[in-house]
Write a protein that binds this ligand. Structure first.
Ligand SMILES: [Zn+2]
Length: 151
């Protein structure tokens, strides 16, 4: 399942990437372009703009809430998403590329020292060169996901 996310929903786009979904971010250009990309790349449109055509797009979901947790909740309900724990943190939050595991010795000097000393597993985005590790961000996300699953 792939998404194209309207520019008003930046946090939702990042969250989807954290959960391992292919989520393209759409900057405010022509709305017709949004539909075109949805069709060409087989992406579900997520938007807050009711003017985005429902008929032409593969699927369009009008996001109701301003709040990220409710937005995620709506998607889980409407698309009957099941969270795949193996896919968590497999995509770069910044650019949507797939992350690769990287050996600990290769990240030395490229992550903060305390991180290097306390963490064992690291991931790397070859596209934008960002490093990832299981830290505070990870714990926070896991808490939020558990909350979503209870709803
Ligand atoms: Zn990246």
């Amino acid at each position: 399942m792939k998404f194209i996310v309207d520019f008003m929903l930046g946090r939702l786009c990042k969250r989807l990437r954290l959960m391992g979904y292919d989520a393209a971010y759409f900057l405010p250009e022509k709305k017709s372009e949004l539909v075109y990309r949805s069709l060409k790349e087989g992406r579900i449109i997520l938007t807050r703009d009711h003017k985005v055509s429902k008929k032409k797009a593969i699927k369009r979901i009008l996001i109701e809430s301003d709040f990220i947790e409710e937005q995620v909740g709506q998607l889980f309900r409407e698309l009957e998403l099941k969270l795949d724990r193996d896919k968590l943190f497999t995509r770069c939050v910044l650019c949507n590329s797939r992350l690769e595991s990287i050996e600990k010795e290769k990240v030395k000097g490229r992550v903060p020292n305390y991180v290097f000393q306390t963490k064992e597993r690291f991931f790397h985005c070859a596209e934008c060169d960002k490093m990832y590790w299981k830290g505070t961000h990870w714990d926070l996300l896991m808490k939020q996901i558990k909350r979503n699953e209870k709803d």
